[in-house]
Design a protein around this ligand. Structure first.
Ligand code: E4P
Length: 226
């Protein structure tokens, strides 16, 4: 079980990678557009390369084209930026499956099948050879369905068939979604820096540390500890 970070904010990647808990990074066009609207003009290649340099772990970059031929060309371009760490996020569709099959089995380029909302889609992505199968828990819940069976059925399918895909659960809205995803069988959960920071916090932990330190300092001030 591992955690990825879902962001294109390099400062956050640099800071949080120091915690030693992040095994990869996921990005998507919406995250890129939202980040650009905060920080001015964003150069996608420079931004992705800064994340790769800061993390030195797998980084998913998502395709924007929708036809298989153009998608393969676009994938080759992103992969050429860094052949060791960049993998290609392929939006789920029939063309997407063709692209996953070609990239994984003919071009030795790792893929991340994305925007997956159902077990049927997840099993097709795994059979096509995707390295990562990204199930969007929050968006499944937005439609009124429970993402847990989608995750657990996919985990069972991958393991019973001896497939090599890893399930990434994304679209995480609350810290309990992380617990639920791992309990259902996710191999990886990708979360925003904001969710990662919320995972740190517990008022009882903070109170306890303060209680220990206050008592120690007060005893030392009284000369009881040298
Ligand atoms: C995961 O790879 C996606 O980038 C992301 O988690 C999507 O989340 P959203 O539903 O908040 O857009």
């Amino acid at each position: 079980m591992s955690m990825f970070i879902d962001t294109v904010d390099v400062n956050e990647v640099e800071e949080i990678s120091g915690w030693g808990v992040v095994s990869g990074c996921t990005t998507n066009p919406l995250i890129v557009a939202n980040n650009a609207s905060i920080g001015g003009k964003l150069d996608l290649k420079k931004r992705v390369m800064s994340i790769v340099d800061a993390l030195k772990k797998p980084v998913s970059v998502e395709l924007l084209s929708e036809k298989a031929g153009e998608m393969v060309e676009e994938a080759r371009k992103y992969h050429s930026w860094n052949r060791e760490y960049i993998n290609i996020k392929v939006p789920f569709s029939a063309d997407g499956l063709k692209v996953i099959n070609v990239l994984e089995r003919k071009e030795n380029i790792r893929t991340n099948a994305t925007c997956i909302m159902s077990f049927n889609q997840a099993l097709l992505a795994a059979l096509a050879g995707a390295t990562y199968v990204s199930i969007f828990a929050g968006r499944i819940r937005d439609m009124g369905y429970d993402p847990a069976p989608v995750i657990s059925d996919t985990a069972e399918f991958i393991s019973s068939r001896g497939l090599s895909s890893s399930i990434i659960v994304g679209s995480v809205r609350h810290i309990m979604d992380v617990n639920d995803a791992f309990k259902a069988g996710a191999h990886i959960v990708t979360v925003t820096p904001d969710i990662l920071r919320k995972m740190l916090r517990n008022p009882r932990t903070e109170e306890t540390i303060k209680e220990f330190n206050d008592k120690f300092h007060s005893a030392r001030e009284k000369g009881m500890i040298s």
